[in-house]
Design a protein around this ligand. Structure first.
Ligand code: ADP
Ligand code: MG
Length: 273
């Protein structure tokens, strides 16, 4: 394993067993994610993206194979996770939410104040510090999730379709904000999306997965420099070429995934009838 590898995955598989059937969610996944890399996973719905992320985050276990995440230095928390829906606490203010990780590990008061202040500023939430999540728009709530995750100063950040519920304009804003914050620390990020544009805008490397059972179909390097200008990027011919290339890989997988769905519905219907 190279010294720059942060996460290595070898022959990893996951089967979900129930009384009458087995679903193979992941099959023989092999990959290396480098330290500081913004690694994006794209694949059709149901291909096992969330399952893979949950396993890497320690929330579930593989049924075969293994993975390794090199230990963080200086006892930092190993990871933070941001999900699609609201993952912030509704009974806490914006400030309390952002301070949560630091408070839980009894960080000194001044450190909490400075760090939380910094990330609320970076996410444009300073004047909402005392507000509760229900008083905020969806975009603002996802900013709280981002501020909280970064303030926690994790070793690795896992994001599972964090922006998929947002409208296009908020999504674009959050892309540039996320990249600006990430540029300060260059944490290792594993980011799931089903949006090809999002993948190319954010990622250093994109892994395309096959329809279920999820395997690695191909890996694509995104050559754009850092820091990136999210809007300027979209004008470049190379941007269009990469998006087109990814669609070429994805098209069959999305069709196969739809065929899986149709078979599933047909089986359920004939079982009833
Ligand atoms: P994705 O995130 O790519 O949409 P998931 O990882 O959520 O896909 O799911 C992959 C497959 O595994 C799906 O067919 C899903 O129904 C199945 N699955 C996920 N979690 C469970 C579970 N806890 N029990 C049974 N099947 C599951
Ligand atoms: Mg998912």
């Amino acid at each position: 394993m190279g010294s720059n590898v942060k996460i290595s995955v070898e022959h990893l598989g996951k089967k979900f067993e129930s009384r009458d059937k087995t679903v193979t969610a992941l099959d023989d996944i092999n990959l290396n994610i480098e330290k500081g890399q913004f690694f994006v996973i794209v694949g059709p719905s149901g291909c096992g993206k969330s399952t893979l992320l949950r396993i890497l985050a320690g929330l579930d276990e593989p049924t075969s194979g293994r993975f390794k995440i090199t230990e963080p230095e200086n006892g930092r928390p190993s990871n933070s996770m941001i999900f699609q829906g609201d993952s912030i606490f509704p009974w806490m203010t914006v400030w309390e939410n952002a301070a949560y990780g630091l408070t839980m590990r009894n960080a000194p008061k001044t450190e909490i104040k400075n760090t939380v202040g910094h990330y609320l500023d970076k996410t444009g939430l300073t004047q909402f510090a005392g507000a509760y999540p229900h008083q905020l728009s969806g975009g603002m709530r996802q900013r709280v999730s981002i501020a909280r995750a970064f303030a926690n100063d994790p070793d690795v950040m896992f994001m599972d379709e964090p922006f998929s519920a947002l409208d296009e304009q908020n999504k674009t804003l959050l892309h540039s904000e996320l990249l600006r914050i990430w540029d300060e620390t260059r944490k290792t990020v594993v980011f799931i999306t089903h949006s090809v544009d999002e993948a190319v805008t954010l990622g250093d490397k994109i892994m395309i997965m096959t329809a279920r059972p999820g395997k690695v179909k191909t890996l694509i390097d995104v050559p754009f420099e850092r820091p990136r200008d999210v809007l300027e990027l979209r004008h470049r011919p190379e941007y269009g070429e990469i998006v087109y290339d990814i669609w070429g890989h994805l098209k069959q997988e999305v069709q196969d995934s739809n065929a899986n769905e149709i078979r599933k519905v047909a089986a359920a219907t004939s079982a009833k009838g």
